[in-house]
Design a protein around this ligand. Sequence first.
Ligand code: NAP
Length: 243
Amino acid sequence: MTRVLLLGGTGDALAIARILPAGHVYSLAGLGRVPDELSCAVRAGGFGGIGGLARYLHDEKIALVVDATHPYAAQMSRHAREACALADVPLWAVRRPAWQPQAGDDWREASDWGEIVERVAPFRRPLFTLGREALHHLHEIPASQHWTIRCLDAHPGNERASIVDARGPFDLDGERALFDAAGIDVVVSKNSGGRATEAKLAVARERGLAVVMLARPALPAADRIFDDAASARDALQHWLTQQ
Ligand code: NAP
């Protein structure tokens, strides 16, 4: 059997995993929920770097790797590229186009955490939507600020930080309610692209709020690149029928 290894951890990847029959593999880093409703096998945890992944591809007789990891999971994408080259396995990738600023947007790019802190300094009530990164800096919050941090980790926060433990998708009304309740005056975001977490940008736009946008990491080339899960799923379905 020719087997597919799908690298996931995103809604796009899960949508693709749903069409994978038994025998193919959906792989997760092991940080979040592991789905139990799929026909394909699900594995969780790292491969042990490029060499480990190349060995896995060989040992498991993988004939195609589909990288549908998050656009900021740059290490996994780089490892996939290198390991596929070593094992001579083709690599497809889903690369969600970045969000683009629209008329009225006030986006301020930051390339790392230090720049994020600088950009946020003039504000009092930032909303951090970067995942768990902000949790590592709870003891550095200036006295003039209260942070709202939305991430998947349940965490008590502290006197200067409230943690909102929530998983997207997020809609406009829900985002408006959160901005109102927390008095948000600036949004800190990755440029994830896609619809699921886009509403916060629309709310920032309608309220004239600044968005501090963490720059996207560079991602490696792939043999085929898809803009969205639907086109990758169609191509994969076609590929599977030809095996
Ligand atoms: P990363 O920095 O690129 O990867 C760190 C290490 O985690 C990799 O070297 C690999 O370990 C392991 N890993 C990552 N994705 C894996 C997968 N799908 N299957 C098996 N091992 C995997 O990734 P990250 O930014 O920590 O993200 C971890 C996971 O969360 C990814 O699956 C990603 O799609 C998902 N995610 C990330 C973000 C984000 O903003 N970064 C947002 C939403 C979801 P080894 O080197 O040992 O193989």
